[in-house]
Design a protein around this ligand. Sequence first.
Ligand SMILES: [Zn+2]
Ligand SMILES: [Zn+2]
Length: 645
Amino acid sequence: MDTIEITLPDGAKREVSSGTTPAEIARQISRGLAKEALVARVDGQLWDLSRPLDQNTSLAILTPKDPEAIQVLRHSAAHLLAAAVIELFPGVKLGIGPPIDNGFFYEFLRAEPFTSQDLERIENKMRELASQDIPNERKLLPKPEALKLYRESQQEFKCELVEEKATEPMVSFYTTGNFVDFCRGPHIPSTGRIKAFKLTNVAGAYWKGQEGNPQMQRIYAVCFYSQAELDEYLHKLEEAKRRDHRKLGPELDLFSIQDEAGPGLIFWHPKGGLIRKLVEDWLRDELLRRGYDLVFTPHVMRLDLWKTSGHTGYYRDNMFSPIEIEKADYQLKPMNCPGHILIYKAHLRSYRELPLRFAELGTVYRYERSGVLHGLLRVRGFTQDDAHIFCRPDQIESEVEACVDFAFAVMKTFGFDRYEVELSVWDAAHPENYAGKPEDWNRATAALADTLERMKIPYKRIEGEAAFYGPKIDVKLIDAIGRPWQLTTVQFDFNLPARFGLEYVGEDGARHQPLMVHRALLGSIERFFGILIEHYAGAFPAWLAPVQASVLPLSEKFSEYAKSVEAKLRDAGIRVHVDDRNEKLQAKIRDAQLQKIPYMLIVGGKEAESSSVSVRHRTKGDLGPQPLDQFIASLRAEIENKAIR
Ligand SMILES: [Zn+2]
Ligand SMILES: [Zn+2]
């Protein structure tokens, strides 16, 4: 018999007879590996463990440790779902069933909608089939036979798929017991490995995503290797739901989106507005302290300006339509950059003036399709904490470092301690696709990388991901439940300075083009607010809380004293509210908790006599009686220190 040579990932070579399967090789290597194995990688391609090898190849046996294996498990679980549905609902027609992030779906055509009871039955049937450890077997059929098989079982969507996707004379199928699916595979060896899954919901989707096609029902599921991983994921989902800013926004009366005004446009209610003021105040103070100049620019400017900047070309689809006034077209601004450039150009600049750092809380309007709008996170009108830095080449290192330092100050102040940093650079093989000179790119990219290294900030370098106009650093914050949020960006621009002919007079008396950096720290105030609501689960730290303390008199008898406590707190600059409703104390406490007010001050006869308050904290609970002056001093300190909790 012929022998073939198998090269393993560590470089070791093995001679085996042709027709040997990866599963057999795994068994030769170790029993442990054979037990853990899910799928193989053969010359870079995923491959069933039971599929024979017939030529010299490189081979890797994949286990749960390999990131690609989980999608194979999920895809096999999708087949298991379809197998269960076919058994319980024999008439359904099958669509597609791919793996997705965290799970999989399978789509079906059925006249009646799947109910939650149906999902339960299907899930139970899946567990039953999984426990039978049914093998997933790969078979090949000639294309005409494959079509005949599906025609006979009246699976017309599958016929369509075979017609379109099967490019070779032989078509691959997978069987799981009685269930047969046209599929390229690969799959895990048998159903027994599918242990931790949950059907989550059913959603409608047109066949192939095309309107007018039949409406399929997609059954979605989450799926992991172990129940512990699944539970952790489901817990995170629950937490995300509990923290959803679209739910907390109205509950805490922070903001709204009004249908009457239009989608994607945010109304800041008094409490949300107050938090915004506090965030903006902090930011403006920091900007001034760090050598920025505050500027303001108009919301509409001539369309011609956006032609000069190039936005009417590559950014056109994201802009509102122009407005005509006195026979000239005006454009609602989608970005602040051209405005800041006009301020730069208002005089001839000298090298001595640089760097110039123009900062603006600049409100911009962008067209986003209504389908992608999402609470505060994707909107049509928002305020960027934008800045543009114009500097000399010898200043870029220190400017980049200052930007990164500022970004870290944001994270520290608002209580984020985890982050991811990405450096997006150009594709050096294709300089023709980019604006600017190679030496500019190299210098700017080196400045970004060196700064991160000098500051000992770990980062991921992404080749070819830079915008055409310059390299950039992106900082993603990781929130309280481990989700990343893209926030800060520090971006070089070699395009706009050239398009607008920016100059400065150098030390040598000659004209030079300044370097330009766009940078936003919070991104947009709206989005940052949404992230903060979710990060804090609505419980803003005392320095940001719209109401910092609520005074709860035990009864009307003590409202006089409650008023005096309120006055003292207010004099100390504390945002306070007296709940003098004729309600039981328990009800007042519950409402203050629901409003996530940091401190509740319970006052009755004892407290009035001794000028004290009984303090309750929203998470720490009962803190006991305290002299009023002492409480005020400690809350003042908490606010001044911007303590996170
Ligand atoms: Zn499949
Ligand atoms: Zn900009």
